[in-house]
Write a protein that binds this ligand. Sequence first.
Ligand code: V47
Length: 430
Amino acid sequence: MIRCDTTAAPCDPSLASIREKVEAGVRLDRADGEALFATEDIWSVCAMADLVRRRMHGDRAYYNVNRHLNYSNICALSCTFCAFHRKKGDDGAYERTTDEIREEARQAVASGATEMHIVGGLHPWLKFDYYTDMLRAIREEAPRLHLKAFTAVEIVHLARISGRGRDGIDGIRAVLSDLRDAGLGSLPGGGAEVFDDRVHDEAFKGKIRHGAWMDVHQAAHELGLHTNATMLYGHVESPAERVNHFMLLRQQQDDTLLQWANASDINTPDADRHDGSTSPAVVLTGPDEMYPQRRLPTSETCDTGWYQCAIPLPFVPDDSQLEALHGPTGIENLRTIAVARLMFDNVPHVKAFWIMQTLPMAQIMLQSAGADDIDGTVVWYDITKVEGAGTHQETSVVGLHRAIREAGLEPVERDTLYRPVTRAGETWSI
Ligand code: V47
């Protein structure tokens, strides 16, 4: 495929110093992030993100064979951006029984899925046992299925309903540990929204604030569970607030990886990383020759977890209380994915979630805006309702392959931990 020249100088001269940093593998700071959101030279932003993505992943683009399960849409909260939540007794309110969930697991196995992604509302009456029974039931039906389940918001709710709400971080650890014993494999990145108090109070008041969200992920990492991190953008937040969200997550990833680097005797020459200008413990985005040993640990050599994937989610207004807002445009979607790739120099993957981005947009993001992952076959999805429709939203492996190949990339099936999956007939191995 003929590709545009990613080595060209930016048309907007104010991006020249950022381009130099990207080429040299130097960390971008807050002002750089804000400049990337401000410029009209969107294609130079995308070209820089594509350069970084190709350094990290070459021609590979990742997908998985998965199934999303929304076990209940009944939620104690009423976030204005959310079209998913219902109150008990409302039209369309549901909660899945353990038997229905077992059946979902059997179907997932039959379709060759390697992952089930499980999230729901904050159900006011379900007991903690419902959640552990759900995981155990899936485990019994599908012992090899990786269970990526429960946002940080749900984990805090589970701490409360299991009587450990007053135990702070110890209560969170205890809940995560019980869930892990029942089969939990990792945490998805949902519920982060935008890490800002003003935006929180306007669009998702009542939800946990960002400190609590990050504490849950830190506890998960300490227990060795990998997690993802989302950002819901394109509603009432400003570009500076998006950059701040990225910076907070990047700092937390630095802290996690610095501990690993120190324990593994990895050379981290710059002591003070907190001013944002010096080198972090692990650099993933620079040229190979600059950072020969400061790459990510593998799960085999490291027992801590970390953020595997950053996932900017475009706000889908349909059916929400914020329906009057138009949501982000295609250009803003491309830009936000690209800025995420450029700012997250210590997070290995950036996902264009095709359900919310749409498959055609996700394809362009893989081809030229820095994304390397597209999520998977999905099958059922009820959180966003494009044109009023939720539930059945499925694509096939053939459809994902076609989208990726047409983008000039090589599809790589991965499991949840980004290990390549090999298939022979109906069986698969890692
Ligand atoms: O937390 C809710 C968002 C999230 C809307 O970890 C909305 O691999 C857009 O986190 N418009 C759940 N977004 C989905 C999620 C996710 C998805 C795919 C992969 C992964 C992963 C995580 O969806 C919620 C919220 O931020 N959301 N309503 C809406 N109207």
